[in-house]
Design a protein around this ligand. Structure first.
Ligand code: ADP
Ligand code: MG
Length: 461
């Protein structure tokens, strides 16, 4: 038996029994390391996940693996294996020489819960113009992006794309990069997230390697910075970005930026804002029904999956605000049909979407509930959490609460300010940026967030 398929099938079953949030939080970076005799060894990204699996999910994992292997698997062990799934060279070649990464690659191809494979430029080779469906909401953005491929650095410079989460900003930006590389392979392309830019900058300053940083970021023909909103409030990084920008712009090198907020909301500085006016700012809105349907059809075709048009209609009608979720729902339907070897029926799909509908789940959690969970978790009284004191024991839980309200419930910044003791929206924005940034380096914070998310979704599941 092919044990990658076994883990695939087990994941399929686990996904059905858990909330989407739990499933992605815990199972995203797992893989099947080995299957010896009757024992399966599961690779987990850190010790925390290992403990969590042993304590909480062991029975479910064992059951799913037992089902998936027709009873062969009788025991499960967990092993910390921190090799990053996304950057493994195996992912690029697809050579099945390494058990863990090969199975992780298989997961990533079949479903969306693992990081996508990347090419040498750190971009996803699947993000092309061919696979990008154009509708009213992204017509202008995609036309501008295409124009840039023909004449980089000469028309819209910079191109600033902004829009909500999961609406195709990263896809469109990388489509430009991929198309330019395909057309002019010698072009020097640099794609990075804003976090990466920020970290590289900070590290280079600390290590006295400012020149290296400049060499890297200024000797390019195309610079793409994804999610530039994270630069908000970072003064030195903004300054460096300003200098990088000027250097590239003066030499007619193309710059593309994406953000989930319009420029004014992230760049306090007039001179930075005025630079953006040299180029084109285009927003990407929510897709209408026709576009959602077209996207679903395209994804089915790409994956060679035939499905009744009525069913696609149901999916397009149910998931309306986020293309990533739309795709996720389709993948879930496909995985389940393949697993059970049945053609999807309308009933079945409706049922699946119900359990899938994380946004419905999210909507049913109120900000008040989140605040109560956070207060309890950090053991601080609600009045103090909402109060004016800036003591650290209160300020930290408060910032975490604001982060969760934004990240999970998608509450607007002004509304978060109101909920959390009548604060200004800039306080909420600052809290969000701070927690987003710190969580990658601060393991304790990361774990707190995971546990809190778990509590929030298990309460409202
Ligand atoms: P964002 O960066 O805005 O959060 P992404 O670019 O990551 O969103 O898009 C989320 C997912 O939806 C990706 O898998 C992407 O391929 C897909 N997607 C988004 N917009 C489109 C589109 N217009 N056509 C096809 N797929 C799309
Ligand atoms: Mg993105």
């Amino acid at each position: 038996m092919n044990y990658q398929e076994v883990w695939q099938a087990a994941l399929g079953e686990l996904e059905l029994t858990l909330s989407k949030a739990n499933f992605t939080t815990w199972f995203k970076q797992t893989g099947l390391l080995a299957l010896d005799d009757c024992a399966a060894t599961i690779a987990v990204p850190n010790a925390f996940t290992k403990t969590w699996f042993e304590k909480k999910y062991h029975a479910a994992i064992l059951k799913a693996l037992s089902h998936a292997s027709s009873g062969t698997v009788k025991n499960v062990l967990y092993q910390v294996d921190a090799r990053p799934v996304s950057t493994s060279p195996i992912m690029d070649t697809g050579r099945p020489t390494d058990r863990f990464t090969a199975s992780a690659a298989a997961v990533s191809q079949k479903t969306s819960f693992s990081p996508d494979p990347t090419n040498v430029f750190g971009m996803n080779p699947k993000y092309t113009f061919e696979s990008f469906i154009v509708g009213k909401q992204n017509e202008m953005a995609s036309a501008a992006a295409k124009a840039i491929v023909d004449r980089p650095g000469q028309i819209y410079n910079p191109l600033f794309l902004y829009g909500g989460v999961g609406l195709g900003k990263t896809h469109l930006m990388q489509a430009v990069g991929n198309a330019i590389i395909a057309r002019l392979p010698q072009t020097r392309v640099l794609y990075c997230t804003c976090e990466r830019f920020t970290n590289d900058f900070i590290q280079s300053v600390r290590g006295g390697r400012a020149k290296d940083f400049r060499d890297q970021y200024r000797n390019v023909d195309l610079l793409m910075i994804d999610d530039i909103q994270f630069i908000a409030g970072k003064k030195e990084t903004q300054e460096e970005f300003f200098n990088t920008f000027n250097h590239l712009h003066q030499t007619n090198k193309q710059i593309i930026l994406t953000s989930d907020r319009p420029p004014k909301a992230i760049l306090a500085e007039e001179r930075l804002l005025s630079r953006l006016e040299w180029g084109l700012t285009s927003d990407i809105g929510q897709p209408d029904f026709e576009t959602r349907l077209a996207i679903l059809e395209a994804k089915c075709k790409e994956k060679n999956f035939s499905i009744d048009p009525d069913i696609l209609n149901i999916v397009a009608n149910t998931i309306t605000s986020n293309i990533r979720e739309l795709e996720g729902a389709l993948i879930k339907i496909m995985a389940n049909c393949q697993l059970r070897n049945i053609a999807p029926s309308t009933e079945f799909v409706k049922q699946l979407l119900q359990s899938f509908s994380s946004s419905a789940g999210k909507r049913s959690t109120t900000p008040k509930q989140v605040l109560a969970i956070v207060a309890e978790y950090f053991d601080v009284p609600m009045v103090e959490l909402l109060g004016a004191s800036r003591e650290k024991r209160l300020a930290h839980p408060r910032q975490v609460a604001m982060y969760i309200l934004r990240q999970e419930l998608k509450v607007s910044y002004p509304a978060i300010g109101v909920e959390v003791g009548g604060r200004d929206h800039t306080t909420a924005m600052h809290a969000f940026d701070k927690v987003s940034h710190n969580k990658d380096e601060d393991l304790k914070l990361k774990q707190d967030l995971e546990v809190l998310k778990e509590k929030i979704y298990s309460q409202t599941a």
